[in-house]
Design a protein around this ligand. Structure first.
Ligand code: GLU
Length: 447
């Protein structure tokens, strides 16, 4: 239920942003948490902070024409939503996926504002991307697309303005092509203009691993707060992209047993624990589908086509594929199967009905804004290293990431306690992230 004032703000968001259902969902989730904050801080309502936060500072939509390998003209749509720069330059990834439209970019950009606030680092919120589908495209096609995309985007970004990175469909290869084109157009070796760069040209140690590692650290903190650990626990990770792969790696190092992961073709079940080297070879090097994993792994591993990975019982679930992948029904199945904790590696992977099921059942639920903040936090560390022309060791960078995740965890718990909702990480993350942005906006005058 929404506080009366918030309900009219929400109605306005619906009216002003028709059809953008994912954006509506992301806004509603934050508004549901911040009712009690308005009671303590009347100045937020008086200065219409919430209405301002729901309106992006700037939205850019552009044409991306490119030539495919047959010499045919292709046209995609590019987006960059510069949502909020109260805490620092706009910061957030680019997503290349056929489902991308303004509503997806706005939901992601909106989430990013609070996530970035929660890290305590000086980064604002933004997001971008395209409806370009990299699946089945050759390396040259991906390069031509990235070059065309950057030929427009370059004029809107900069190390003090807006700093993109990767997301679904945008990894090291794409970031390289994007940065290369930015450098040619501007004649500036401005390393801090994009993060997630390769180690050969200004990238940072641990950035590639950071979202997955950070999510595993966050879950470990939640388990620790309940007097337990990953040790010997059965874990299911959805997806098999960057976040999933490095979640599996760190969970395994922390003593958990990851028995399943998925892609859009189905899931693999491997009761002995996923063979990470094989998974990396298939997903990162060959860019193949998961059935290849089962075929090569042999005995004990099965590929289950077209089925839902959330049918696999586990004690820890780490949704790391995409938005709204865990429904209320999936959540109920997971709870009945003995679930103890959830760490959201993806952005908004659990539906509102699913979140309710988890919270009602007393599951330790780490929302994406907190649990997956390790990626963007390590991007901020990459910016820091680029600005000081330095590069840190893997060990030091991982240590920093671990400290940041443990700090986010503790602040979520403390904030939830302060507002009388002990153990509710959703409320803790939304309230703490919101307060940081709101206080900066108040201090900066009417922005
Ligand atoms: N796309 C990632 C996220 O959802 C990382 C963004 C970044 O590193 O800027 O937070």
């Amino acid at each position: 239920m929404l506080h009366e004032k918030l309900s009219s703000i929400y109605d306005n968001v619906l009216r002003r942003n028709p059809g953008e259902i994912e954006f509506h969902q992301a806004v509603r989730e934050v508004l549901e948490s911040i009712g009690p904050v308005l009671g303590k801080h009347p100045e937020y309502a008086e200065s219409k902070i919430i209405e301002r936060i729901c309106e992006p500072e700037r939205q850019i939509i552009f044409r991306v024409p490119w030539l495919d390998d047959r010499g045919e003209v292709q046209i995609n749509r590019g987006f960059r939503v510069e949502f909020n720069s109260a805490l620092g330059p706009y910061k957030g990834g680019l997503r290349f996926h056929p489902s991308v439209y303004l509503g997806i970019v706005k939901f992601l950009g909106f989430e990013q504002i609070f996530k970035n606030g929660l890290t305590g680092l000086p980064i604002g919120g933004g997001k971008g991307g395209s409806d370009f589908d990299p699946k089945g495209r050759s390396d040259r096609e991906v390069m031509r697309f990235c070059q065309s995309f950057m030929t427009e985007l370059y004029r809107h970004i900069g190390e003090y303005t807006d700093v993109p990175a990767g997301d679904i469909g945008v990894g090291g290869r794409e970031v390289g092509y994007l940065f290369g084109q930015y450098k040619r157009i501007t004649n500036r070796y401005e390393s801090g203009v994009i993060t997630g760069k390769g180690l050969a040209y200004g990238g940072a140690q641990v950035r590639k691993e950071a979202t997955g590692y950070g999510c595993a650290f966050f879950v470990e903190e939640m388990l620790k707060a309940r007097g337990t650990s990953f040790d010997g626990r059965r874990v299911v990770v959805s997806g098999s992209g960057n976040v999933a792969v490095y979640s599996i790696e760190k969970v395994t190092q922390l003593g958990g047993l990851v028995v399943a992961c998925s892609d859009s073709s189905g899931y693999i079940l491997d009761e002995k624990g996923i063979d990470l080297e094989l998974l990396k070879q298939i997903k990162e090097v060959e860019r193949a589908r998961l059935d290849v994993y089962a075929a090569r792994r042999g005995e004990g591993a099965t590929f289950v086509p077209d089925r839902n990975v959330w049918d696999v019982p586990c004690e820890v679930a780490m949704p790391s594929a995409t938005q709204n992948e865990i429904t209320g029904k999936d959540a109920a199945t997971l709870v009945a199967g003995g679930l103890v904790a959830v760490g959201e590696g993806a952005n908004m992977p659990t539906t509102p009905e699913g979140i309710k099921v988890f919270l009602d059942a007393g599951v330790a639920f780490g929302p994406g804004k907190a649990a997956n903040a390790g990626g963007v936090a390590t991007s901020a560390l990459e910016m820091q290293q680029n600005a000081s022309r330095d590069s840190w060791t893997f060990e030091f960078s991982e240590h920093r990431l671990q400290e940041i995740m443990s700090d986010i965890h503790d602040r979520c718990l403390q904030t939830a306690d302060e507002y009388g909702m002990p153990g509710n990480y959703v409320a803790g993350a939304n309230i703490d992230g919101f307060r940081r942005v709101a206080d900066a906006m108040l201090a900066l005058g009417l922005i």
